[in-house]
Structure formats: structure tokens, C-alpha cells
Design a protein around this ligand. Structure first.
Ligand SMILES: *Cc1c(COP(=O)(O)O)cnc(C)c1O
Length: 457
């Protein structure tokens, strides 16, 4: 079990506060047993998400001072454009305030009511925007992805037989594009292989179906390809990222992850007509196409962040191996979790952790609450609450994967923070029978996991 040393040293610190168990019991009750509703001040180690929680580098902080806040034609826009062309290779882009705004614009422009949008599993906001545009999401990920113990090295891959079945059933003209995600978040951060993407490209060329990449974690995925896929050990992360993007027609991107910034995103594409239409939409929902949802300084920090993410291979090796380290400590203690370990998070298997709690009493939600009370560590539910209800039947989706996500912010925590979190979870596992299920006291209609409130069942 090796810990890759941080390829940086600490220049600024932010104090964090330890609380008592009694304090946390009160805090989680006030938060309706939903970790999203806790105050961050009441959290000791925050593993809720890796979204927008990265530590910026000195060069990024310096870039903030170089913001050109012109309404139109900011030099930071052109710098970001050059960077996106250099790193990802797409011809055109519009900046947005975060990933979901790019998803909104793309879904509105490409999906017609009655269309089907295949994807290698779904992401919460991505699927919702597809549905709001009148589309229906169809899961075409490999079966292995739904099995938390299957050791397949690329569980994010698309099953081409499922694609063929969909084309045969609904016809290619009802499929506006396939949404292809790198390091599939909801599957546990599982990567795709270049081999799979190449085959998908061939398939999609045959039926004239564009591939739109969810580019949020492509750099992390590139590391897995370098480590696991034949023929890629000698290639740089930058080359692999570029190759992944080269098989796709455009992307949505939440820059709050790989991009190493606290806010930002973009929609990129090679098709000029799509670009012209996207510029018309971004000005309605976000802002003029040369700033979209970002300030000049935000774009400056993002351009620098994208460059840093691929500047050398050390950063991403440390980043993914740090996540792996937490997983290895939990493996050694026999704590059930998704394997192989993903790039950005370790996903506890709540069904196995709490076999005495029925899925309709939200074991993952209960486990996330219990972890907070035990340790002061904040995690996130990714199971029956996140999956929502089937709109036709009103039933909970009851996904196969009932997970608690321990997400690692980039460049923020050290080995001892991870050791502390692991130790607390291992202790909790010994007393797991005391953890009780939950029931809704408030259930929002959409993206319910953000605002829902619970009480013990
Ligand atoms: C975070 C995320 C999004 C949404 O991006 P936001 O910046 O949070 O709006 C989309 N897809 C994936 C895979 C993500 O992880």
C-alpha cells in the first residue's frame, strides 16, 4: 500500500474544526439526515464532492489578477479558447457557469420530443436535461458496471450490443447523439477504454450518430488508460486526453472537476452550425458567448487549471493514487465497497454494509448520516434517493448500486486526513447493526437528493 507523495507544498492553510459526537447528532437531525443540508463549518473533513472543491495553485491565484472583465472579447476568452483547442482539440466552445448549463443548451438544441438518448449510465443533471427536452435516457453501459464487485478494468465501457438493440428498436433517426462519459461517476468513477471508444466511433459512423463526450473527468480516465490499456504505457496523459476527444464530436464539461477551478464549465463542438446555435442560446441563459457564465478572471484561472491538469503526469498520478490509497485501507479492513477503485472517489456498498436495512428505507442515506455522526466526515448518498422515481409508475428506481460516495477534493487533504476518515468508518462497521433506516418527511419533485429531509423509519 503505497502513498504517492503530494507533488506540491502547502502555501496557504484553512483551519478546520473538530466537533463532538453529541454536537453532530444534533446537527444531522437539524439537517433532516441529509448531508447536503449540513453547514460546512460543522464538517471536519468534507468528502461530499470533488466538484468545485479543488485547491488552486499559486499560478491560478495569480491568473485571477489578470482578469479582463470586458463585456465582449475578453482576452481570457481567447486564452481559454486556445487552451481548449490545444488540450481537448475541439474547434469551437461557449463558456457556461458550470456543467449543467452546457447540458441544458446541448439538450435543448439536439433533442426532439420522442427521441432516445443512450448513455454509459446517467448523471443526475444530464438525464434531467435530456428528459426536460423531451428525450428518454437509455442505459447502454456494460452489465459489469452494475456489479460493485466485478473486477473488469473498464467498467465504464458501452455495450455495443445494447446500442445495436436500441437502433433496431427505435431507428437511428430517433437517436440525436450518444452521451459518453469518462470515469463514469454514478458507476463508481469507472473508466472507459480507448478500444471501446474506437469501436463505438465505427458503430456511430455507420448510423450517423454523433458522440457527445461528458468531458468532466477525461484527465482521470486518461491515467487509467495509461496504467491499464495495452499500448498506452508510453503515452503522456496529454496525448491520451487528446486522443479520447478526437473520437468524439463535442463535449459538455464541468470545469469544477478536472479543470481545477471552483466554478465554470463549457460546451464544445466541431460542427459550425451547432456552434452558431449554441452562441444564440448561451446569450439567453448565461451571458454573451465570450464570457457565458464566467467572469474574465474565472476563465483565466480555468485556462491555467486545464494546462496544469495535463502539464506533466505527476499530478494526475498522485490524484488517482490518493483515492486508491483510501480504498486500499478500507479493503484491508474488509469494508464493502466498489472495486476496482474509481478515480475521484471510493464508493461504499451500503447494501452490504447495512444488510438489515431495506432499500426502500434508503441504506446509503442512513450510512452517510451515520458516518457524519461517528467521524465528522461528510459523504454523499448515491443510491435510491439520487435515482429518484419512475415518472410513469411513481415507484422508486431502486438501482442495483446503493452507494455512499467518499469523494476526494483535488490537492486539499493529506494522507493523515484519509487515515482518520478510514479509521472512523472501520469503527462504525463494527457497530453497524445500530444504524437504522430512514423515511422521507419532505421529498422534492426533481433532483430530490439535494433538498430532501428524512427521519428515522
Ligand atoms: C458534476 C458533473 C456534471 C454537472 O456539472 P456541474 O458543474 O455540477 O453543473 C455533469 N456530469 C458529470 C459526470 C459530473 O460529475
Amino acid at each position: 500500500m503505497k502513498y504517492v507523495p503530494e507533488p506540491f507544498k502547502i502555501k496557504t492553510v484553512e483551519p478546520i474544526r473538530m466537533t463532538t459526537k453529541e454536537y453532530r447528532q444534533k446537527a444531522i437531525k437539524e439537517a433532516g439526515f441529509n448531508t447536503f443540508l449540513l453547514r460546512s463549518e460543522d464538517v471536519f473533513i468534507d468528502l461530499l464532492t470533488d466538484s468545485g472543491t479543488s485547491a488552486m495553485s499559486d499560478a491560478q491565484w495569480a491568473a485571477l489578477q489578470m482578469g479582463d472583465e470586458a463585456y465582449a472579447g475578453s482576452r481570457n476568452f481567447y486564452d481559454l479558447e486556445d487552451t481548449i483547442r490545444d488540450v481537448y482539440g475541439y474547434k469551437y466552445f461557449v463558456p457556461t457557469h458550470q456543467g449543467r448549463a452546457a447540458e441544458h443548451i446541448m439538450s435543448k438544441l439536439l433533442i426532439k420530443p420522442g427521441d432516445f438518448v443512450p448513455g454509459n449510465m446517467y448523471f443526475t443533471t444530464t438525464r434531467l436535461h435530456q428528459e426536460m427536452a423531451g428525450g428518454k435516457f437509455v442505459d447502454v453501459i456494460t452489465d459489469e458496471a452494475h456489479d460493485p464487485d466485478n473486477p473488469h478494468p473498464f467498467k465504464g465501457n458501452v455495450d455495443l450490443n445494447k446500442m445495436q438493440k436500441l437502433v433496431d428498436e427505435v431507428g437511428a433517426d430517433k437517436i440525436p447523439y450518444i452521451s459518453y462519459e469518462t470515469c463514469v461517476n454514478m458507476a463508481g468513477g469507472q473508466p472507459i477504454s480507448i478500444g471501446n471508444l474506437r469501436e463505438l466511433r465505427k458503430f456511430c459512423d455507420k448510423y450517423d450518430i454523433p458522440i457527445m463526450l461528458d468531458n468532466t473527468r477525461t484527465v482521470e480516465n486518461a491515467y487509467f488508460i495509461q496504467k491499464r490499456e495495452k499500448g498506452y504505457a508510453g503515452k503522456s496523459i496529454k496525448e491520451i486526453v487528446r486522443e479520447i476527444c478526437s473520437y468524439t464530436d463535442g463535449c459538455t464539461c464541468s470545469a469544477k472537476k478536472d479543470g481545477l477551478v471552483n466554478i465554470g464549465g463549457f460546451l464544445a463542438m466541431n460542427d459550425e452550425e451547432f456552434f452558431i446555435n449554441a452562441k444564440a442560446q448561451v446569450v439567453i441563459y448565461e451571458g454573451l458567448h465570450t464570457y457565458g457564465g464566467m467572469t474574465g478572471r474565472d476563465m483565466a484561472a480555468l485556462a491555467q487549471g486545464i494546462r496544469e491538469s495535463v502539464a506533466n503526469d505527476d499530478y494526475i498520478r498522485y490524484r488517482v493514487e490518493q483515492t486508491n490509497y483510501l480504498g486500499e485501507v478500507l479493503t484491508d479492513a474488509g469494508i464493502p465497497h466498489v472495486t476496482p477503485h474509481g478515480g475521484h472517489a471510493i464508493f461504499l456498498d451500503a447494501k452490504k454494509f447495512l444488510p438489515h436495512i431495506d432499500q426502500e428505507q434508503f441504506p446509503a442515506q442512513a450510512l452517510a448520516s451515520a458516518i457524519y455522526v461517528e467521524t465528522g466526515v461528510r459523504a454523499m448518498e448515491r443510491g435510491n434517493v439520487s435515482a429518484g422515481r419512475n415518472q410513469e409508475t411513481g415507484q422508486n428506481f431502486k438501482p442495483k448500486l446503493e452507494l455512499v460516495r467518499l469523494t476526494i477534493p483535488r490537492r486539499v487533504y493529506t494522507q493523515s486526513h484519509l487515515d482518520y476518515a478510514a479509521e472512523g468508518i472501520i469503527n462504525l462497521y463494527k457497530n453497524k447493526n445500530e444504524i437504522k433506516g430512514l423515511k422521507f418527511v419532505f421529498e422534492p419533485k426533481v433532483l430530490r437528493f439535494f433538498q430532501a429531509r428524512f427521519e428515522p423509519a
